[in-house]
Write a protein that binds this ligand. Sequence first.
Ligand code: S3P
Length: 263
Amino acid sequence: MIYLKELEEIRSKINSIDNEIVRLFEKRMDLVVEVAAVKKELCLPILHLDREKEVLDRVTDEVNKDLYLEPTRELFMEIMKLSRGIQIKKLFPNNIVLIGFMGTGKSTIGESLSAILSMELIDTDHMIEKKLGMRIADVFESKGEAYFREIERQVIKELELQKNIIISCGGGVVLNKENVISLRKNGKIVWLNAKPEIIYERIKEDVTRPLIKFKSSNQIKELMNQRKDIYEQSSDIEINTNYKGVKDICNEVIAKIYNTTQE
Ligand code: S3P
């Protein structure tokens, strides 16, 4: 019986420590929100990766027992990820909507932005595939493009009320004005652009894209030219992705969004 009592005592100590951790965590988050306000005021970049490294080095220096070194690192990496998420929510409470021709990097950039900004990523093509239980290529093949566009419209409408997410759209989403109006409600629309030759190289072997019957970059150019004005008119921000790495493109998206957001 004495053992059970001891266990209870230890648990009770853990409970008090947990409460303290919560209070400290709240205090830390309040300060992080203050930092976000100052960053906005001074027009400083949202992300400060050097500072994150500094924090990690400092907290791991504080650890006394080797056994807790790695868990402390992991804990603070998670804390900083959550802090980033809170700052982004404060600085940019809306959605980031990625549009652009196929092969311009919407999915890759969406995934990377989602990791950097701790924002949920929603891919409209994936939503359609889930809704219909079919791959996009098969939807085009068996039901036709008009049917696909109707489901795409429904999916975009479903997303209309969501906030603080990244939406990676299918390349043809802007063909329906109604979609653009829905996406604009809570979001900044970012047009990822690239040269036809570069797109051709990126997607020429992809069999999952139904509209890719293109045999050359000229055919891509033709379809791109038909859509260029619509992408331009539908977007708030244009990013040229030619010859740029994922990290640079993400930084450009973040900086441009941040600069165009007013409270
Ligand atoms: C389309 C692009 C595709 C997909 C569908 C139609 C288009 O998305 O939605 O095949 O009309 O450009 P990605 O741009 O992600 O390939």
